[in-house]
Design a protein around this ligand. Structure first.
Ligand code: PDD
Length: 298
């Protein structure tokens, strides 16, 4: 029911967000029109999952946030302990047990628009908010998902988790319009990663994924899976870019991310991947990863 000032009463009950050092209702968190995140996409972000109200990979996500901030010359606004306290409160307050936490830090709002960094610096704009995280649907787990390939037109620092996501969102939108769940980005004939995920393929009994470097994001899910595969010798693993024609002929393909775990891909463009259903390697690795998630927190 709207209250006399027009704000809905529900907003008072909405889970609060962390915004510039305060806990406020989402609609009370207001960003200046001069915020450089708004004007230039001058900021970085993280997406951190919690399953059964236990954070997964938080340390690695916060390490990556610190690194992204460092690479673009913004000082990390919170200590590790303060970030963890913010995450813990967001997870505790979220109505669902599985949660995806969004963090964004922009270079703040100087009085005037200027491409160069403000000198002296102004306080960064800091947001952390929780969203319910839905598991993959049973039909996707049974049949796998469709993907399309698109040219990778992103910049040369994809290792920075920047909020400049136009190429990623245009690629994902192209995928959605084609009835697919992900767009696989192809640079110079090599399939590198998804619009918001890392890419794995099983080819000749080996698991292939692109190496870390400026052309992909070092995914926390990717890195945790690689550690697990190597530790438990689940399958020989090669960090190498995947030629696009070999991807179409792969026995299995899947993509990884904090919000979709290991998502099996069974169709890419007009190609059926392997037998057309999620394969044995994906099944084994998903089970191992689920067990790892259940056992590991931060
Ligand atoms: N994106 N590559 C890109 C380009 C990504 O945007 C993401 C994640 C990944 C996977 O990273 P991780 O395993 O750490 O989630 C790889 C998040 C989920 C997003 O933008 O919403």
């Amino acid at each position: 029911m709207p209250s006399p000032d027009g704000a809905s009463d529900e907003s008072k009950d909405m889970t609060q967000v962390y915004f510039n050092g305060q806990w406020v209702a989402p609609d009370a968190a207001k960003v200046s029109v001069f915020d450089r995140g708004f004007l230039f996409g001058d900021g970085v972000y993280e997406v951190i999952p919690a399953f059964g109200r236990r954070l997964f990979g938080a340390a690695a996500h916060l390490d990556r946030l610190t690194r992204s901030l460092h690479e673009i010359g913004i000082e990390d606004p919170l200590s590790r302990a303060d970030w963890l306290a913010v995450l813990a409160r967001l997870v505790a307050d979220c109505p669902t047990d599985d949660v995806s936490i969004y963090i964004q830090v922009s270079r703040g709002a100087p009085a005037k628009r200027d491409h160069a960094y403000p000198n002296p610096p102004v306080p960064p704009t800091v947001l952390a908010a929780a969203n319910p995280l839905a598991a993959l649907s049973p039909s996707v787990l049974k049949e796998g998902a469709r993907a399309i390939t698109v040219p990778d037109v992103r910049w040369g620092r994809c290792d920075i988790k920047s909020v400049n996501l136009l190429p990623n969102i245009m690629a994902r939108q192209q995928a959605v319009a084609a009835g697919a769940m992900e767009a696989i980005l192809v640079r110079e004939g090599m399939a590198l990663e998804g619009a918001a995920s890392n890419l794995f393929a099983v080819i000749d009994d080996e698991l292939l994924t692109a190496p870390l470097g400026p052309h992909i994001l070092g995914g926390v899910t990717r890195n945790a899976l690689i550690d697990l595969v190597r530790r438990d010798r689940l399958i020989p693993l090669l960090e190498t870019p995947i030629p696009i024609d070999r991807l179409f002929d792969a026995r299995e393909v899947f993509v990884t991310s904090s919000t979709r775990d290991l998502l099996p891909i069974t169709r890419i463009n007009d190609h059926v991947i392997g037998t057309g259903v999620p394969g044995a390697v994906w099944q084994r690795l998903s089970a191992a990863f689920a067990a790892h998630k259940a056992g590991a927190s931060v």
